[in-house]
Design a protein around this ligand. Structure first.
Ligand SMILES: NC(=O)c1ccc[n+]([C@@H]2O[C@H](COP(=O)([O-])OP(=O)(O)OC[C@H]3O[C@@H](n4cnc5c(N)ncnc54)[C@H](OP(=O)(O)O)[C@@H]3O)[C@@H](O)[C@H]2O)c1
Length: 282
């Protein structure tokens, strides 16, 4: 499978596996199934409360630890230098691993919710840089960072984030932010690549799927990977787990990509990094 080269020398498979909302038992089984069917990137987060399940799924699979890119994320309540170090150790313990491949700040401190949001993000980042230099994390990155949050981080960062994980699916794909990241050597990873099913009824996606004899979810995922963006679809259904990685026996034309690019806004979560945790009505 295609992999992206990160700015720190590591690589990341272009298709990975999401685990948000997977319960304890679902988490173990679905991670086992994902690994058995070729996924080598697993996305978790402290706030999903399933790191233990993800760790058990990894341990009980036949795939060696070194072959898997394990991601987890720092929750916003734990931003800050000491808090980041403590939260990281807790995630490592819950996952029952010796190191994490990719550790992300889940949401930036922002101007609405923090007095000195720049310092809060910078303090967490410094802690993550130290953890990386100690060998406890291979790659460090961010999630839901807009250009303003990235530029502020660049002021003090010694390490440029390897990844920015953002909402990216047909109908809401943040092209300017994606371009800014890619031009600055930051790989983009898409969360909710299927918009949690909210775009499946779209007629254009259905027509393109029919033409290629593929499903609408496969068209969404292929479109994202053809933008050189990593996808991490979540499913606890075996048939869908297999379907979501079966993406490379067809290719979308430039014209089809442009048509999907131009779809009107749909499926947006309503979560904006500059005001979140307050949702805007959708
Ligand atoms: N950084 C962030 O702030 C952030 C935010 C949200 C998500 N994420 C990460 O991104 C991952 C993916 O996003 P997501 O879970 O929000 O949404 P998603 O992957 O877009 O959609 C998941 C939903 O689609 C269904 N589904 C999956 N494959 C399907 C298929 N082939 N056909 C029909 N339905 C299908 C799943 O159902 P079943 O499971 O029942 O099959 C589930 O209900 C998350 O799990 C998480 O790891 C990160």
């Amino acid at each position: 499978m295609k992999a992206l080269h990160l700015n720190d020398g590591n690589t990341i498979p272009i298709v990975g596996f999401g685990t948000y909302k997977a319960t304890e038992q679902e988490g173990i089984v679905s991670v086992q199934n994902a690994l058995a069917h070729g996924y080598r990137l697993i996305d978790s987060a402290a706030v999903y409360d399933n790191e233990e399940a993800v760790g058990k799924g990894i341990k009980s699979s036949d795939v060696s630890r070194e072959a898997i890119v394990v991601t987890t994320k720092l929750w916003r309540e734990n931003l800050g230098y000491e808090q980041t170090k403590a939260a990281f150790e807790q995630s490592l313990k819950k996952l029952d691993l010796d190191y994490i491949d990719l550790y992300l700040i889940h949401w930036p401190a922002n101007a609405r919710n923090y007095d000195n949001w720049q310092k809060t993000n910078a303090d967490s980042w410094r802690a993550m840089e130290e953890l990386q230099s100690e060998g406890k994390i291979k790659s460090i990155g961010v999630s839901n960072f807009w250009e303003e949050h990235l530029k502020a981080l660049f002021e003090t960062a010694k390490v440029i984030p390897a990844i920015n994980q953002i909402e990216f699916h047909p109908g809401y794909w943040q092209p300017e932010l994606t371009r800014f990241c890619q031009e600055n050597g930051i790989a983009v990873e898409s969360w909710s690549p299927l918009a949690r099913g909210k775009v499946f009824g779209n007629e254009l996606l259905q027509a393109i799927a029919k033409k290629h004899d593929k499903s609408v979810p496969q068209i969404c995922l292929r479109w994202i990977t053809q933008h050189d963006v990593v996808v991490i679809p979540k499913s606890t259904t075996l048939k869908r787990i297999k379907e979501n990685i079966d993406l490379f026996d067809f290719e979308l034309s430039k014209d089809e990509i442009q048509q999907i690019d131009a779809l009107p806004e749909m499926g947006f979560s309503g979560e904006l990094p500059n005001i979140w945790p307050e949702r805007i009505p959708t």
